[in-house]
Design a protein around this ligand. Structure first.
Ligand code: CTP
Ligand code: MG
Length: 368
């Protein structure tokens, strides 16, 4: 049995966005189109892949599209079915007898589902993944039995000859996937339970609902001495002692910057602001603003920030809100997304003896 695959990525994605085609949107640092190319090219039994694109869109993203020697790129057609037909025609002269047809708009495909489909395709002319519905389904004001209504996903696997001939036979008919052709003709279809996460990105929310969170941790401690100023979270706090540091020694912002960087494996504060002349006596708010800019250019969104400031003195009660408001403003998030907690060490250790102030921060981020 010889397998090939078709990845459909020639659509305009109009329902998703009028500006950037959904298949070239970045999700979790990767183009949507790349997820399908990677998954399918890593399946050993698939020997050839036709990637169907629309040239004017593709050209802008060409360099970012995943390369693999199995993949051949062709220009698509007006409708999805035209794109499939062009790909099937391209495969006509290869010796593949089974073809998997997949929408690039389904980036959350897992190998497990592909392998299950391939396995069952050995004994079936058409293997199609479906998922069940949980909503009440109404057709022409009549309630349908939702247990009998399915949503069909891709990839779908067919005997090459059969699907090619059905495409020719139904050339004039409108259809949204290949399983439809089998259903029109009442042909046998092997339906298997698909994957609820294998959603087709159609509307903006489809990606938002799949956002992956990642987390970063940060810690910092600074010595307290007389004749130094005390900055916590960018706020000057009147105190008999202040923190000693290369910059303004703000342990809250330093820990926060490290947690933000850590959440996406971008390094640490020293990677960006080493202890050199350039950053001597710099206000830490400057570092934070730079890192917030960096995250914004990478489309990284802060979900929430949780901060522990560990100080015996001063009592932070009246400063916690001022600090969190200030940090929320710099981070371009709402006050609801940031919490500042104060803690003493019960007079134990260096912090308890007012020799230092420490801070720990955890942040959660996701891709926009
Ligand atoms: N597709 C294609 N060629 C077309 C139309 C669609 O290859 N002429 C592909 C899309 O890129 C997508 C899949 O078929 O991966 C499913 O189509 P759909 O979800 O409708 O995507 P679009 O047509 O791009 O979106 P829209 O209908 O919102 O414009
Ligand atoms: Mg479409």
């Amino acid at each position: 049995m010889s397998y090939c695959a078709i990845i459909l990525a020639a659509g305009k994605g109009h329902r998703y966005s009028k500006t950037i085609p959904k298949q070239y949107t970045v999700f979790d640092n990767e183009l949507i189109i790349n997820y399908s190319i990677k998954i399918l090219s890593e399946i050993n039994s698939i020997k050839k892949i036709i990637l169907v694109i629309n040239k004017p869109q593709f050209i802008k993203f060409k360099d970012q599209v995943y390369k693999n020697k199995k993949v051949k790129i062709i220009q698509g057609g007006k409708e999805r079915k035209d794109s499939v037909f062009l790909a099937l025609s391209k495969l006509k002269r290869t010796n593949c007898n089974k073809v998997l047809i997949h929408d690039a708009a389904r980036p959350f495909l897992k190998k497990k589902l592909v392998n299950k489909i391939i396995k069952l395709s050995k004994k079936n002319e058409a293997v199609i993944p479906y998922i069940t519905n949980t909503d009440t389904i109404v057709f022409k004001d009549k309630i349908l039995d939702r247990k009998k209504v399915f949503s069909i996903q891709t990839p779908q696997c067919f005997s090459f000859k059969k699907i090619f001939s059905l495409h020719k036979e139904y050339k004039g008919k409108k259809f949204t996937d290949e399983s439809s052709l089998f259903f029109y003709k009442n042909l046998t279809v092997k339906k298997i339970l698909g994957d609820i996460n294998n959603v087709k990105i159609t509307l903006k929310n489809d990606l938002n609902n799949n956002k992956k969170n990642s987390y970063g941790i940060g810690y910092d401690i600074h010595k307290l001495e007389k004749n130094y100023k005390l900055y916590l979270g960018g706020i000057h706090i009147p105190n008999s002692m202040g923190t000693v540091g290369h910059s303004d020694g703000d342990p809250v912002i330093h820990a926060l910057v490290d947690s933000l960087l850590g959440s996406k494996k971008l390094g640490d504060i020293g990677t960006f602001f080493p202890n050199n002349k350039k950053f001597k006596n710099k206000r830490s708010t400057f570092f934070l603003k730079k890192i917030i800019n960096l995250l914004e250019t990478k489309n990284i969104k802060i979900n929430n920030i949780d901060i522990n400031i560990i100080a015996q003195q001063p009592n932070l009660k009246k400063y916690k809100k001022i600090i969190s408001n200030n940090l929320a403003k710099i981070c371009n998030i709402s006050e609801k997304q940031i919490s500042v907690k104060g803690k003493t060490t019960d007079r134990l250790g260096n912090i308890g003896k007012n020799k230092a102030i420490a801070c720990e921060v955890i942040t959660s981020v996701s891709n926009n």
